[in-house]
Design a protein around this ligand. Structure first.
Ligand code: PEP
Ligand code: MG
Length: 573
């Protein structure tokens, strides 16, 4: 008998494969247990160290294949630590002198290293080593306890990954060749793990609450990322039915691929720009394959998240140059780093906060840590001559914040001029509208900025006061709530009144319910995960802006999210 449940549909497509449970096993140890055979215990440690090294060699090889040598280098550091004579001698000494079990000796010695490294608060590199040792200790312990640790990078057969929650870095390790789907207990549609799943084109369902308690390792699972349905141990009929749908979905994609080089144009001839959101130069293949007309959002913080140190000016310059060169004349909108919220760095610990989404993040950090901000702006301005660069600042709440950021930008521009470094004179500087305060005062901002890009992922969570990643309040995360639509309308109209460009780079820009309304409101650019570009272009070609204007008006005058969905569905289907 099959068992069914639902979650939040987070990445379209159908996945049929056996389950791979990515859950952290219980690694608790008997602490300070006395032992009688010291040699035997030392041997256990040596075996666990060898086995851990062999695991890491395999993970490293796989990571080189999936992510490239640069990202895989982190595993070299781990392997090196495992061979460190001082660490090994320290553990052996603990066993020999205290007559305690291997697990306790490993804990005592590694705890000491972690405490030493963590105390070096002014040295981000050494702090990162503490995270490395914590990771390695987990692996050694697992071997001592005879427990297998899940290793997402080592997945080499078709699976549906089942997890309690996924971090963005877990998700980035998944290879879409083998990972046919993702189901999690926690998370929301616009959490960054879900956004990454969409850019990797892996069907995903998040926030199911019960996936890890309902699904066992190796059980066959079907997931439908379009409507959030999960079937555990499906019947033959169900598998056949979903296999047919999978085929239909693939055929639809072939049909849409014909629009790759077409304009994004409505049935009555109004042209829009459909762009892509990216997190790293690695996403460029999907961007070009899906015919993006620009990059509407380059989330540069992933450069910081994928690194084990603050990226240098040169490292950033290379990344920005690669993207700009690949886009040529098409606009590349780069957002300055948006660290904080659910994007935390292991090597640069931000203060612990009660409400990180409402705390020290994004432009708030850049305006305080101006050295880091200036390094990023220098790298961006130096790269500007390789393409068509627009820059925007995230999480702007007030005009003085924008002015302060723009002042630093102007200073960096001048600095480069003084150094005779060539910088493009065509760069536009804009802001993301993701804080309701900025959306309300859009008319004032429009006089000073070059463009707006509406970040609905955050704008919705702040307007509705509902955490975008918290499934308990996901019913309040309402993209089509007329309050949100009116804010968006105000931003678009304010931009146009000043002859400025209005873009959107939140997930709503590629949402089939929102697209018709946004067309009617006159949004200029729709930027989204690369996989949504062709379906959106195809949808635009079937709709007339004239009709959508009326639809938008009805939506704006509605009372609820549900009413808006009904209006759109009745007019579109
Ligand atoms: C947004 O908030 O809509 C946005 C695009 O930024 P991010 O999802 O990275 O917070
Ligand atoms: Mg945001």
């Amino acid at each position: 008998m099959s068992e069914k449940f639902t979650g939040i549909a987070a990445s379209n497509g159908i996945g049929i494969a056996k389950a791979y449970l990515l859950v952290e096993p219980d690694l608790s140890i008997s602490y300070n247990k006395k032992i009688s055979n010291v040699n035997e215990e030392v041997q256990r440690v040596n075996d666990a160290l060898d086995a851990s090294k062999s695991d890491l060699e395999k993970i490293k090889e796989k990571a080189i294949e999936n992510l490239g040598a640069e990202d895989a280098a982190v595993f070299d550091a781990h392997i090196e630590i495992l061979s460190d004579p001082e660490l090994i001698a320290g553990i052996q000494k603990e066993i020999n002198t205290k007559h305690i079990n291997a697990e306790s000796a490993v804990k005592d010695v590694t705890d000491m290293y972690i405490a030493t490294f963590e105390a070096m608060t002014d040295n981000a590199y050494m702090q990162e080593r503490a995270a490395d040792i914590r990771d390695i200790t987990k692996r050694i312990n697992a071997h001592l306890l005879g427990i297998e640790l899940p290793s997402p990078a080592l997945i080499d057969e078709e699976v549906v990954v089942v997890a309690h929650d996924l971090t963005p870095s877990d998700t980035a390790q998944l290879d879409p060749k083998f990972v046919k789907g993702i189901v999690t207990d926690l998370g929301g549609r616009t959490a960054h793990a879900a956004i990454l799943a969409r850019s990797l084109e892996i069907p995903a369902i998040v926030g199911s609450k019960i996936a890890t308690s309902k699904i066992k390792q190796d059980q066959l699972v079907v997931i439908d990322g379009t409507n959030g349905n999960v079937i555990v141990t499906p019947t033959k009929e169900e598998v056949d039915d979903y296999t047919t749908q999978l085929k239909k979905y693939a055929d639809q994609k072939i049909e849409q691929a014909k629009l790759k080089n077409a304009d994004s144009i409505s049935k009555d001839g109004v042209k829009f720009v459909v762009g892509a959101n990216i997190g790293s130069p690695k996403d460029m293949e999907a961007v070009l394959n899906n015919g993006a007309e620009g990059i509407g959002l380059y989330r540069t913080e992933f450069l910081f998240l994928d690194s084990d140190h603050l990226p240098t000016e040169e490292e950033q310059f290379q990344a920005y140059k690669t993207v700009l060169e690949k886009m040529g004349n098409k606009v590349t909108t780069v957002r300055t780093m948006d660290i904080g919220g659910d994007k935390q760095l292991s090597y640069w610990k931000l203060p612990q906060e009660e409400n990180p989404f409402l705390g020290y993040r994004a432009i708030r950090i850049s305006l305080k840590q101006t050295d880091i901000f200036k390094t990023q702006l220098r790298a961006l301005l130096r790269a500007s001559i390789y393409g068509n660069l627009w820059i925007m600042f995230p999480m702007i709440a007030t005009l003085p914040e924008f002015r302060a950021a723009k002042k630093i930008y102007d200073e960096v521009y001048q600095e480069l001029q003084n150094e005779n470094i060539h910088v493009s004179s065509q760069i536009k500087v804009g802001i993301m509208i993701e804080v309701p305060a900025a959306a309300v005062l859009a008319d004032q901002f429009a006089k000073e900025v070059d463009f707006f890009s509406i970040g609905t992922n955050d704008l919705i969570q702040y307007t509705m006061a509902a955490d975008r990643g918290n499934d308990s309040v996901s019913y309040l995360y309402q993209p089509y709530n007329p309050s949100i639509l009116r804010l968006i309308k105000n931003v678009i109209d304010s931009a146009h009144k000043e002859g400025k460009f209005a873009a959107m780079c939140g997930e709503m820009a590629g949402d089939p319910i929102a697209v018709p309304i946004l067309m009617g409101m006159g949004l200029d650019e729709f930027s989204m995960s690369a996989s949504s570009i062709l379906p959106t272009r195809s949808m635009m070609a079937h709709l007339s802006v004239n009709d959508m204007k009326k639809l938008a008006e009805d939506a704006l005058n509605s009372e609820t999210n549900e009413e808006v969905i009904k209006i759109v569905e009745s007019k579109i289907n």
